[in-house]
Design a protein around this ligand. Structure first.
Ligand SMILES: [Zn+2]
Length: 120
């Protein structure tokens, strides 16, 4: 019981380290689909990492925007950005599924044609 508990905690910490390591690349929009999915999923349930990205976001974007005389709502901006990421993940996933379905259908039709041609 004790062992599994501490193992779980260690995994969570590793997760956080991994996720926080992705933050700079996330802010530059450089994450892969897989990474972005892990990233947004983790941030939804981890306050530590949210705090971490809020700080990074503030340093990365906030200062520039304040210098430009823009007002920023850090929390809302970050929420927007994460929502946009989730939207594009959904779109990309749907697109990939569609491509996959079209490809499988094409292969199926091809096999059917070959079978029909060889059988008749
Ligand atoms: Zn975390």
């Amino acid at each position: 019981m004790k062992v599994s508990k501490s193992k779980g905690r260690r995994e969570a910490v590793n997760d956080c380290k991994e996720i926080q390591g992705l933050i700079p690349r996330y802010l530059r929009g450089e994450l892969t689909l897989h990474e972005a999915r892990l990233f947004t999923k983790h941030l939804k349930r981890c306050d530590d990492c949210r705090e971490e990205i809020e700080i990074s976001y503030l340093l990365d974007q906030g200062i520039v925007r304040v210098e430009n005389g823009e007002t920023i709502d850090l929390h809302a901006d970050l929420e927007d950005m994460l929502r946009e990421t989730e939207d594009s993940i959904t779109h990309l996933t749907q697109f990939r599924t569609a491509v996959y379905l079209i490809e499988s259908t094409a292969i199926f039709v091809l096999i059917a044609c070959v079978l029909i041609l060889t059988l008749f």
